[in-house]
Design a protein. Sequence first.
Lengths: 179, 179, 179, 179
Amino acid sequence: MLKHVRKLQIAVIGYNTDSCTDIASNAAYEVGREIARAGAVLICGGLGGVMDSACRGAKENGGTTIGIIPQDEFSYANQHCDVVVCTGIGYARDFIVASSADGIIAVGGGVGTLIEMSVASMTKKTIVAMAGSGGVADMYGGKFLDERHTVPIAIAKDAKTAVKTILAANKNGKSQTGA
Amino acid sequence: MLKHVRKLQIAVIGYNTDSCTDIASNAAYEVGREIARAGAVLICGGLGGVMDSACRGAKENGGTTIGIIPQDEFSYANQHCDVVVCTGIGYARDFIVASSADGIIAVGGGVGTLIEMSVASMTKKTIVAMAGSGGVADMYGGKFLDERHTVPIAIAKDAKTAVKTILAANKNGKSQTGA
Amino acid sequence: MLKHVRKLQIAVIGYNTDSCTDIASNAAYEVGREIARAGAVLICGGLGGVMDSACRGAKENGGTTIGIIPQDEFSYANQHCDVVVCTGIGYARDFIVASSADGIIAVGGGVGTLIEMSVASMTKKTIVAMAGSGGVADMYGGKFLDERHTVPIAIAKDAKTAVKTILAANKNGKSQTGA
Amino acid sequence: MLKHVRKLQIAVIGYNTDSCTDIASNAAYEVGREIARAGAVLICGGLGGVMDSACRGAKENGGTTIGIIPQDEFSYANQHCDVVVCTGIGYARDFIVASSADGIIAVGGGVGTLIEMSVASMTKKTIVAMAGSGGVADMYGGKFLDERHTVPIAIAKDAKTAVKTILAANKNGKSQTGA
């Protein structure tokens, strides 16, 4: 019997509501749109700012969106999440967002985003930073997060390139599911 | 602007691979099928036994399936999960499965299932136990888990009734999402 | 070189502030006292009710107390905790309380306590329920939590007996630490 | 009645066994020793490398050591932990180590250590990096982790200075416990 092959899961991480800029919000929208067009599932932290814009970009282009929120109640999620995963474990949910992605795209962001990039780096996921989106995406784009130099953070000049980078890295069937 | 209304999320919990019976597996398949027919999203622990059968029942009837697994790698999920959430937090993920559900259906199960029922009880979710499915579903169906008597565990004689019970309890828009 | 042998870690679980009775509070105090007299470390959820009374009983008898709280800030812990572990993962911290114990003593309690008993049962820890303390301790004392019948919940008529039961079960050096 | 004032809790983070250098191991030992001499409690991840050396430094100087490990079994902890907290939540336990500290000292380290520094930064804890210890301590010492510039990572030239920096930052009673 043929295995069911799940769709690629791409996480979008970055600024929350309070620190999000228009530039980052627009970039996030485009990243969401390109993820939808590529037929991948958008994974995110389910709250505001970059997460909200990316979800909107995906939903307005026929995509599927999963919000993995820190709280244990649905009401905290942004309204563009198709499915809400209520972790209830606070910001430790950053580990789950990163672990649930085949690849990650960073749009701006502060230390919370840096945590997600670090988890992705620890587990050797492909990480792409959107050039010019500000925050930790621009601070760490093109660099290694530690001296082991295992996973460089790639830089993408636009959303289409960012998504393509992740598709290319996952061509060998990494997205196939279990037993 | 109208809010986007996410679909109802119904969790199916119960026996893992090693302890699952044919009766429980069949019941789980039917529960998955009825969740799909109701247009709800199936949430589960993403592994084998009841989880696998429920996902299969949903997928073969056009449904959507989310597997929230203890591990931090996709490969542990059963092949009928559309989306895999890799928590990496071990069996503490039982909290996330229960918290991410608008209602819960138990099919057989051991102490892990009892934990999920307890979390659902703590957060006052609707819990339905499948009659005759064995394990903790039969041990605790019709009872309260503690002396506070806040949430009784309902008993359903078949899958259609189980799903209907949860739909009825959520009629008042509990499934509407955030800000 | 001789290995450093850590002290036995005994968890006390049960009613939180809002539901704690005088009987349970007194029983918890005595359990804390006996843990201290036995030279073991008291592990608990670090909040009020049974947790507070048990910590007080241990501290007033020269013991050591560890509070593992759901929140990520110290200020939520009761004042009798020597060390506070701020998990920030909400009530999923119940898993950590149970996993960090060589044995567990239940004094009254609701579904939260039942979750901790279930985790302990899943990992085959010794569980003792204080007779007459109310709640899930009396509901489930003397029973198995699921049909696998792996770990029965023992009943103790007083605090000294409860602690002795756990000491006896751990005589074979289970408390020795790693590499 | 006077409140019980818990001791200050200082976390030591850094290289695990596989990447630890002699320089980092020695620095960690001295940091553990100075924490013990200051009468503070040493918090750490409970495993090898910097964690093991710091615990040894504290134990050989009369200190108290708490190991918060990723696994759910005691046997993974190093032998110098007085108390082992078995989280079972994998590397998401990095959040707990950082949240359970009044201040943090970094000795070398890779992305895991960067995660702990980021969590500490997010919650505005005092963070000190040991100069010359390598890894992320040297990469990020003296810098801010994101553009918000809320918490700079201090640099200390020796263990005594590192501990003093944290004591000074906590002089105003931040270590007092709850209700």
